[in-house]
Design a protein around this ligand. Structure first.
Ligand code: 9L3
Ligand code: MG
Length: 148
């Protein structure tokens, strides 16, 4: 009777990848300008400027999250447009994805998590202190600034 060759040890099932929290942000355009929002919290980010948005909630599509976040934070209704290609790391376990968005109604106001808003033309984009993590996304958003 021949001995069966030793079987290799069964492979461990692949460890599930750490879930990544998706943060969606909007590149909102109006007459050739891009909306920038100054964070009021948390303290380590306060005073820095960003594309407004926030974390995807369970069961939400990114577009739904963007609509909800901009309604909560700015008091406006928006229509998400195209996803700006790319994905930018935030703090560990978080990534930023950006969509263009069109203002349907309302005038943005800093209702939640921001204390100032500015509409920036292309030549003004460097005049605010963007979060480092938002800079590459802002550069991509700026390339899509509609000419006026
Ligand atoms: N964040 C960075 N850039 C952005 C946004 C909308 C958010 N454009 C970071 C800040 C927080 C985390 O993502 O660390 C979650 O964002 P939020 O829910 O506090 O807005
Ligand atoms: Mg937010």
């Amino acid at each position: 009777m021949t001995e069966r060759p030793a079987q290799p040890a069964p492979l461990r099932p692949a460890a599930p990848r750490d879930p990544v929290v998706v943060v969606v942000a909007g590149a909102l355009y109006d007459r050739g300008r891009l909306l920038a929002a100054r964070r009021s919290a948390p303290v380590e980010l306060a005073g820095r400027w960003e594309l407004p948005g926030g974390k995807l909630e369970p069961g939400e599509s990114p577009e739904e999250a963007l609509i909800r976040e901009l309604r909560e934070e700015l008091g406006v209704e928006v229509e998400p447009g195209e996803r700006i290609p790319g994905e930018w790391p935030l703090k560990p376990g978080y990534v930023l994805r950006v969509w263009t968005a069109r203002l349907l109604s309302g005038e943005p106001r800093p209702l939640e998590d921001h204390d100032a808003l500015r509409w920036l033309s292309r030549s003004e984009l460097d005049s605010v202190d963007w979060l480092d993590q938002d800079r590459p996304a802002v550069a991509e958003a700026a390339r899509r600034l509609p000419a006026v």
